[in-house]
Design a protein around this ligand. Structure first.
Ligand SMILES: CC(C)(COP(=O)(O)OP(=O)(O)OC[C@H]1O[C@@H](n2cnc3c(N)ncnc32)[C@H](O)[C@@H]1OP(=O)(O)O)[C@@H](O)C(=O)NCCC(=O)NCCS
Length: 228
């Protein structure tokens, strides 16, 4: 399925470029391309288009958010496979966290928010408090079905996740991701949702695959990396 969205691309020395882009599937991979440069459009017109593209999705139903239930296990694995950028061992770890969370142990290391559209799981997030910190939470996974990516589901899911963390006393959310091209949507997504790149460890996952840590304070203040 092809999906269109408006992307804001920061520029170092000039105002951000506003692009109309589309993501599409090529074999197992999800790719994206620019359709038009909207930078010279009036802001109100850009906002109207952005709303229209998000609203297009609102037609068949409304996305709802709920906690994890046992039947989500299969849906989550299917969703991760369809995303196309996760290795089998990474997906195994994601499912281990699901299994752990479904155990009635009483320890809440892993929390989940499940996004549901018309009865189908279309996205999920998995997150938890970092031990021995005061209010720091890790966002371990966030994924949206490629069929509905670029229509605001990820943004709403992130907002629901942050509400959950805030209500549990969290003040800082960290999200680690890879520097590989297949994680570009995740990196752009975090930047668009108010996260800042705090740390980069070269060759962390494997040679040529750096670990990037994005962070967001849930209070009004912005994070300032001390020295990078
Ligand atoms: C990252 C991800 C969760 C975003 O979900 P989504 O439903 O597509 O996100 P939204 O439609 O809410 O878009 C949110 C913002 O990201 C931008 N965006 C979304 N997809 C994008 C893409 N492919 N390229 C550039 N920007 C993109 C949108 O323009 C939007 O910006 P805005 O709020 O300023 O309009 C989704 O792309 C995904 O599941 N990716 C694969 C899994 C993954 O890599 N997860 C992260 C690591 S665990």
């Amino acid at each position: 399925m092809v999906s269109m969205y408006v992307a804001t691309v920061p520029n170092r020395s000039s105002p951000p470029a506003i692009l109309l882009r589309e993501s599409y599937r090529e074999g197992a991979r999800v790719k994206s391309r620019t359709l038009a440069n909207l930078t010279k459009w009036a802001p109100a017109k850009i906002e109207a288009l952005r709303r229209l593209l998000h609203g297009e999705f609102a037609g068949p139903g409304r996305v709802e958010f709920r906690p994890l239930v046992p039947s989500d296990r299969v849906a989550i694995r299917d969703l991760l496979v369809r995303c196309g950028n996760f290795r089998p061992d990474e997906m195994d770890v994601a499912i281990e966290l699901v299994d752990e969370s479904l155990q009635p142990t009483g320890v809440e290391d892993y929390h989940f928010v499940i996004a549901v559209l018309d009865g189908c799981v279309v996205g999920y997030s998995c997150f938890g408090p970092v031990p021995l910190t005061d209010g720091v939470w890790d966002l371990y996974w966030i994924a949206v079905d490629p069929a509905v990516q670029g229509h605001g589901v990820g943004g709403s899911l992130q907002a629901a996740t942050e509400r959950h963390i805030r209500s549990a006393g969290g003040r800082l959310v960290l999200a680690e991701t890879s520097s590989l091209p297949s994680y570009e949507s995740a990196r752009t997504f975090y930047l668009h949702k108010g996260y800042q790149l705090l740390e980069r460890i070269a060759d962390f996952y494997r040679p040529g695959d750096d670990r990037l840590t994005f962070g967001k304070r849930l209070e009004a203040t912005k994070l300032v990396p001390k020295s990078l």
